[in-house]
Design a protein around this ligand. Structure first.
Ligand SMILES: [Zn+2]
Length: 221
């Protein structure tokens, strides 16, 4: 979409949505935001959080990055956008849910298995960022091997979601709230082609249709 097309699309939003939802927008300004969910997902343009959850302003606090990675908690690390967003959502906004949403055809997960020249100055930060998922890459290779690339990429995408949930629990604020039953963490796997959604069931240790999650209220609030 060109910038011109975006502006025209915005004008449509302004003349329709912003008028219809003016009460909601006024409330969000006067009373502030109180989202119940931190939604961590990939920067991929094909994953649109508000679109796929049919939500709007004030509903989701969103942290996006390449590969929906969660850097493990490290009090000595440099300032980083994703850990800051996580801490703010949990400790300032008091969200009740965290969703880590990975997806099919994830370029970040695929690129973990590609040889990207380390000296490519134009990809300096991408190369560093992808190292957060080195362990995911190794687990996927150990699990399904590399004979079937499609199977390897799918396994990587799913193991990546599980790994990021574990990384979330390294944050003291998250671990405490989860143990107290005041915060629920769930992993989602979104299928780009048909919009299907699966969640990670930690008891069965596999991904199941999202509808099954509703039968297990302990998995969400
Ligand atoms: Zn992705």
């Amino acid at each position: 979409m060109s910038t011109k097309a975006l502006i025209e699309s915005y004008q449509e939003f302004k003349s329709n949505y912003a008028q219809d939802k003016s009460d909601l927008l006024i409330d969000l300004v006067e009373n502030g935001q109180h989202p119940k969910t931190l939604f961590i997902t990939c920067s991929d343009s094909r994953v649109a959080p508000n679109f796929i959850t049919n939500t709007g302003p004030g509903d989701l606090f969103i942290a996006r990055n390449i590969g929906n990675f969660v850097p493990p908690f490290d009090p000595n690390s440099e300032a980083s956008a994703t850990p800051a967003a996580i801490e703010y959502a949990v400790s300032a906004l008091n969200v009740e849910n965290i969703i880590v949403c990975g997806h099919t055809e994830c370029g970040a997960c695929k690129s973990l298995h590609m040889d990207i020249p380390e000296d490519n100055i134009e990809m300096t930060n991408v190369i560093k960022w992808l190292k957060f998922a080195d362990s995911v890459k190794n687990k996927a290779l150990a699990s399904v091997g590399k004979e079937d690339p499609k199977a390897l990429y799918t396994e990587t995408e799913k193991l990546n979601i599980i790994e990021q949930i574990e990384n979330l629990l390294t944050y003291p604020a998250i671990k405490r709230r989860v143990e107290e039953g005041n915060l629920f963490v769930q992993g989602w796997y979104y299928h780009l082609l048909d919009g299907d959604l699966e969640y990670y069931d930690h008891v069965e240790d596999k991904f199941l249709p999202i509808e099954k999650s509703l039968e297990k209220p302990e998995t969400h609030s």
